[in-house]
Design a protein. Structure first.
Length: 352
């Protein structure tokens, strides 16, 4: 009997020892971990009318944002930028499906999208009188006629006021387009050897077309107008010499003289009948500088030469220059928007 008790005691002791070992192994096992999803911080960023981007925190921070800080991506005008004063301007960004209208209130440093339109037409261009009233002109496309739109609320909304304007059949160059006041506007359409001028006296509702006006040079040139009848045309002849022409009656170009540089005119702007600027490009790489700017203060009779940044990249299709006074102007290049505040003496890039 005593031996049986000893056996039971040994079994009980063995069981206790084994239980302790198992408990010891369990206590050393790594606890199960439950995957807790990382909180997702979202921010809706409006980039165009009806379109938005949503991103998590890691992507938000990779774009330079901080929690609580709204980093809104902004578009830059890539086709045209037109200013009405030193601060306020408007620009266009054609996309695959729509046309974005942009606005700046700080002279071109930053831009915001104010509206967008279905983009199925060709060669859009704008003309604003002030920060509220403006017109948007679009040329013909395969399935759409030319259209003219009007805004009275700074580009927030647009109303079509004219369609199928004459002379837009085969455009090879962005037309000159400007309203000089609330009623009088001009569209100058260049062809290969001649041009057509469309004029309105009722704010764009109706347009009358001129007869074909012979261009002085067969080579492509640049032109600008300060009224429905007064303007300038600059081109280079077959010898490479740049020549300036002037129109004062709305019908005939007359030679105003040869320009002091042997180069190709790229852009022209007059802020008044006396103050004008002409951007030229020398395509002969062995000659320096490659770019320069000419300025006149007597309507084109004489010109002074100014240096221009050699880092300018011209638009592939059409370089735009816009002076609003004798001191302040902008040039839209393919690599950004340039500004001068001292009449063209110095230039700085605002956006790229």
């Amino acid at each position: 009997m005593a031996k049986m008790s000893e056996k039971y005691l040994l079994l009980i002791l063995f069981f206790i020892l084994c239980t302790g070992c198992m408990h010891h192994e369990d206590s050393r096992a790594a606890p199960l971990k439950t995957a807790i999803p990382k909180p997702k911080y979202t921010e809706t960023i409006t980039v165009a009318s009806g379109a938005a981007i949503e991103m998590d925190e890691s992507e938000w921070r990779s774009r330079g944002g901080e929690r609580g800080v709204r980093a809104v991506p902004s578009l830059k005008p890539i086709q045209t930028a037109q200013f009405v004063d030193e601060l306020h301007g408007f620009g266009l960004v054609p996309g695959l499906d729509d046309l974005s209208i942009l606005e700046t209130k700080d002279g071109g440093e930053s831009w915001v999208t104010i509206s967008s339109l279905a983009h199925s037409t060709n060669l859009p261009v704008i003309s604003f009188l002030n920060d509220q009233t403006g017109w948007l002109l679009t040329g013909e496309s395969i399935n759409r006629k030319s259209e003219l739109r009007l805004t009275s609320d700074g580009g927030q909304s647009w109303e079509i006021i004219a369609r199928n304007l004459p002379g837009f059949g085969t455009l090879a160059k962005t037309p000159f387009f400007r309203f000089f006041d609330r009623q009088n506007g001009l569209i100058a359409i260049q062809k290969t050897n001649d041009m057509v001028m469309l004029r309105t006296e009722d704010g764009g509702l109706t347009w009358s077309a001129s007869s074909r006006i012979q261009l002085p040079q067969a080579a492509a040139g640049v032109l600008t107008f300060v009224s429905p009848n007064e303007g300038w045309f600059a081109s280079s002849d077959n010898k490479g010499e740049a020549i300036l022409y002037r129109m004062s009656d709305g019908e005939i170009w007359l030679e105003a003289g040869k320009l002091p540089e042997k180069a190709v005119p790229q852009a022209i702007s007059f802020s008044s009948p006396r103050n004008g600027w002409l951007l030229l490009h020398n395509k002969e790489e062995q000659l320096e500088p490659r770019w320069w700017l000419l300025r006149t203060e007597d309507g084109g009779s004489s010109w002074s030469r100014h240096s221009f940044p050699q880092t300018l990249h011209p638009m592939d299709f059409n370089t735009q220059m816009n002076f609003i006074s004798s001191q302040t102007g902008w040039i839209q290049g393919a690599n950004g928007l340039w500004q001068t505040t001292n009449g063209g003496m110095n230039w700085s890039m605002l956006s790229s």
